[in-house]
Design a binder for this molecule. Structure first.
Ligand code: NAD
Length: 260
């Protein structure tokens, strides 16, 4: 699976899953824009990639800001001439029972996960059309794109919504060779999950160890966390796959937590 010189934008790539995808894309020969709210950490990912012989640039981007998304994509196009792959990955988690869920938190969650996916897609699609080469758009969904868990109303709603966006982009993109997919990981031990463990323990009245064993990994076939490497391997498959055969599909990467 090669990405020779392809221009890839990965949002939320200063940390966790996005960071690993950026590394894997760079090793596959892609030029990778690390788009993140946290510019200093984005630059660290760039420095690691460059030190390993890859090509990368940091882009300051709040994915909820129309202006910042448009400016960030324009910056990449000005530097590298187009966009071939978009990974809409930036995300956060806020857990609370619905009766305690602040409306501001609900709106924040939907803005980052759904507005971010929409805005980045809308900014990249014209460049994929103009190049005549099409492209790959990959949304970071979750097992929570397919099922629900307590305390996660906004997250589950947003992650389900990405499936609809993906399928629409797949249909609209077909004639241009623009493919769209959703990756649906199980729990991956990133900062996003580390933060949730004590929060869930408090809310559910159980120990942190029980949150990991009895909540997060209970339904997996092997009691294992999904890894950033597991997810990045699938992100490379979707980015490098040459035909439209897989477009519109979502793929669960969850150690068997959820199967469909
Ligand atoms: P992470 O906290 O390690 O990284 C998230 C990154 O997104 C950070 O670098 C952060 O700065 C960036 N970010 C947050 N808000 C942003 C914004 N408004 N604009 C731009 N960047 C922003 O988290 P992660 O676990 O790597 O999560 C990445 C994606 O994977 C998220 O969409 C998350 O929902 C999804 N996911 C994670 C898991 C998991 O278990 N970790 C499972 C399924 C899906």
């Amino acid at each position: 699976m090669k990405l020779d010189n392809k221009v890839c934008i990965v949002t939320g790539a200063a940390s966790g899953i996005g960071r690993e995808i950026a590394h894997v894309y760079a090793r596959a020969g892609g030029r990778v824009a690390i788009a993140d709210l946290r510019l200093e950490d984005a630059q660290k990912t760039v420095d690691e990639i460059v030190a390993a012989g890859g090509v990368a640039m940091a882009v300051a981007m709040d994915v909820t800001s129309e202006d910042q998304v448009n400016a960030g994509v324009a910056q990449v196009v000005a530097a590298w001439g187009g966009v071939d792959v978009l990974v809409s990955n930036a995300g956060i988690q806020i857990v609370n029972p619905i009766e305690k869920f602040a409306f501001s938190d609900w709106k924040k969650m939907l803005a980052i996960h759904l507005d971010g996916a929409f805005l980045t897609t809308r900014a990249c699609v014209p460049h994929m059309q103009a190049s005549g080469r099409g492209g790959a758009i990959i949304y970071m969904g979750s097992v929570h794109s397919k099922e629900a868990s307590v305390l996660k109303s906004a997250y589950v709603t947003a992650k389900h919504g990405l499936l609809g966006l993906c399928r629409t982009v797949a249909k609209e993109g077909g004639k241009h060779g623009i493919r769209a997919n959703v990756i649906c990981p199980g729990f991956v031990r990133t900062p996003l999950v580390e933060k949730q463990i004590p929060e869930q323990a408090k809310e559910l009245g159980i120990s942190e160890d029980d949150v990991v064993r009895k909540v997060m990994l209970k339904e997996t076939v092997d009691g294992e966390f999904t890894t950033v490497a597991d997810v990045a391997a699938v992100a490379l498959l979707f980015a490098a796959f040459e035909s439209n055969a897989l477009t519109g599909q979502s793929l669960l990467v969850s150690h068997g937590w959820h199967m469909d």
